[in-house]
Design a protein around this ligand. Structure first.
Ligand code: ADP
Length: 621
């Protein structure tokens, strides 16, 4: 029972300890991890959008560079391109061409007529009207021819055409920069750009329009990376891929207009930094973000595989798991130490309480914890001191009472036996019958007084033991004979297996008989009827063990716990009718200890009991 309670308490302490240490630790660790993930998500989003801004800027710079050559301001007040000298027109054409490096470049007059054109091979074409004007101004030949030679110009031919209704011209002549949509010429992305040509008075006198190759945009995008595996791609306003840094997954010239994210982005429905989008364009879980480059109406998209984006978190997680496990182990070790420290004084107290409850009033609880436990221990000791004093008083009282009772009860016994033996004259049968009852009650009183005195003597250390060498068998036989009338009355057979050889032990004969009478007497008393009693001896390590086995009512383990204590009687329905003082076994134990022997019992309720005592063997023969 006590053991069970201790276990229970330890469990409680451990549970509380876990609750106040491990649980908060786990909560902190998990929320920390959660925070790390959230922060990383935010960082990824910010980083991705920053990279997109950067990519957009690079694309814009590239476009600006391309269109730079088209922004012409002529430092003269001329009102029409036609007024330009042939030499100047050629100079401007070559200069613009060198700056923008287009596929071809056109100068268009205010009316929308193509006035001059230069192509990749530096072949020049002039409008017939302009050639006529130049001829009339006698500009053909001479300086112009020299310029043509010096600047490595190819053929000179004629160009015809009017682009009045065409958007590049219309936008540029209205003073705006024109950037057309991307087209593919021979599978190469190209774009048309146009800018106004102004005179020094800032008046628009014509337009420069060029078809620019976008090969280099692709190069710009190709170099862009995000983390280890993230990539970018550029789509035009029709959803066509202009450039990609992952050509395997996103192919140039493919159309992504049907991809939901791209569609939303082009239509301007995507809110930047809206949140993370998990998107499956590449059948890989990626974080996708995009940005529209307003000036050119293109969009740049970046995709970052989740695994790669969160790669860094793996290390953080591993580290925090290791730290958590180490801390948990530390807590468990500390918990065990801590629980032991709490349990230790409780164990000391319960051990003390057990000793005291078993009658050991000399036991002292020593606790030096310097806290309430130590106080409790000393209170326990004080309590035991009071108990001890009370016990001493009680023993003294019992001894005095028994001592004072002995003389009168012995006198009564003597006189009664004389009356019953009719020493004082004949006794009528009905009086004799009543006197028999008085006599047997007095017998019980005499036995009780004797037992009480014996106990008192033993406790005061005054029990007299005179050990001598004696044969146990004859003593057993004597006692069995003395008790025969009792056993016969109940129909109990006593079977005594005498030792083969004479076994002599070291004992006090009178006391040995007292022990035998008590135990064999009990065996008869606690066998309700019929049931053999078997007595035998056994040699064990220099001792002679005597076994007395009955087939009586038996006892349970719990009932046997205090079997050899003073005044202990087992109270059951079966024992209420049986007379006794509860002192017999206590006296037997005292006697045995004083004779350097021992006594013990084995029993099972309803199956009978075996009482055993051992005494030192003197003569092995
Ligand atoms: P008592 O005078 O009551 O017999 P004892 O000290 O001799 O006192 O025995 C103590 C108690 O042990 C008894 O009251 C009885 O309940 C139990 N007991 C002793 N011997 C036996 C036995 N052989 N079988 C069953 N119970 C026994």
């Amino acid at each position: 029972m006590a053991k069970h309670e201790t276990k229970h308490f330890r469990g409680k302490v451990i549970k509380i300890f876990i609750l106040i240490t491990i649980l908060p630790l786990l909560i902190v660790s998990i929320s920390n991890l959660y925070l790390v993930i959230i922060t990383r998500q935010k960082n990824i989003s910010e980083y991705q959008h920053l990279a997109l801004d950067n990519a957009g800027e690079k694309v814009l710079n590239y476009i600006d560079e391309k269109s730079d050559g088209l922004n012409l301001i002529i430092s003269s007040p001329i009102g029409s391109l036609h007024s330009l000298l042939a030499k100047d027109t050629l100079f401007l054409l070559i200069n613009s061409f060198e700056t923008s490096r287009p596929n071809n470049l056109d100068f268009i007059d205010k009316q929308g007529n193509l006035m001059a054109r230069i192509d990749k091979n530096r072949n020049i074409a002039f409008n017939r009207l302009y050639i006529d004007e130049l001829t009339s101004r006698e500009e053909v030949g001479g300086e112009t021819d020299n310029f043509i030679k010096e600047n490595n110009i190819g053929t000179i031919s004629v160009v015809e055409g009017n682009v009045f209704g065409i958007p590049d011209y219309k936008t540029a002549i209205a003073g705006e920069q024109y950037i057309g949509s991307q087209e593919f010429v021979n599978d190469k992305p190209v774009i048309r750009m146009a800018s106004p040509i102004k005179n020094e008075k800032d008046e628009i006198i014509g337009a420069a329009s060029a078809e620019v190759s976008l090969d280099n945009v692709d190069n710009i995008i190709k170099q862009m990376k995000l983390g280890g595996e993230g990539y970018f791609y550029l789509v035009d306003n029709n959803g066509r891929v202009v450039g990609s840094s992952n050509d395997k997954l996103v192919k140039i010239a493919s159309n992504l207009i049907n991809v939901q994210f791209v569609n939303k982005l082009i239509k301007g429905e995507y809110v930047e930094k809206e949140n993370l989008n998990n998107f499956n364009i590449t059948e890989k879980n990626t974080i996708i973000a995009g940005k529209k480059i307003d000036k050119i109406n293109w969009s740049i998209v970046s995709e970052w595989p989740i695994k790669d984006a969160f790669d860094v978190i793996g290390n953080i997680m591993l580290l925090s798991v290791i730290v958590t496990v180490v801390v948990l182990m530390l807590i468990v070790v500390l918990g065990i130490i801590f629980t032991r420290q709490i349990i230790k004084p409780i164990n000391t107290l319960s051990r003390g309480a057990k000793e005291i409850s078993q009658g050991n009033l000399d036991y002292k609880i020593s606790l030096e914890t310097g806290d309430e436990f130590e106080m409790l221990g000393s209170k326990f000791n004080e309590m035991v001191k009071v108990l001890k004093e009370n016990r001493k008083l009680r023993d003294e009282f019992v001894f005095i009472a028994a001592h004072e009772l002995r003389t009168p009860v012995t006198a009564i016994k003597g006189y009664l036996s004389m009356v019953l033996e009719e020493t004082f004259g004949p006794v009528p049968p009905d009086i004799k019958k009543n006197l028999d009852i008085v006599n047997s009650s007095n017998e019980r009183l005499v036995r009780l007084v004797q037992d009480l005195l014996e106990v008192a003597r033993s406790e005061a250390g005054k029990m007299k033991i005179t050990k001598k060498e004696l044969l146990i068998a004859s003593n057993v036989e004597t006692v069995v004979n003395e008790l025969k009338s009792l056993s016969d009355k109940k129909g109990i057979k006593i079977i005594y297996e005498k030792p083969d050889k004479k076994a002599a032990v070291q004992a006090d004969e009178f006391k040995l008989k007292e022990v035998l009478t008590n135990i064999i007497g009990n065996a008869i008393k606690y066998t309700l009827k019929n049931g053999d009693i078997k007595i035998w001896h056994e040699k064990q390590d220099g001792f002679l063990v005597t076994h007395i086995k009955d087939h009586g009512i038996g006892m349970t383990k719990e009932q046997m716990e205090k079997l050899f204590s003073k005044f202990y009687r087992i109270q059951t329905e079966q024992t209420t009718e049986i007379e006794g003082t509860g002192l017999g076994l206590f006296i037997c134990k005292e006697i045995m200890e004083r004779m350097e022997g021992d006594i013990w019992a084995e029993s099972e309720a309803g199956q009978g009991s075996t009482f055993c005592f051992k005494l030192k063997i003197v003569n092995n023969g």
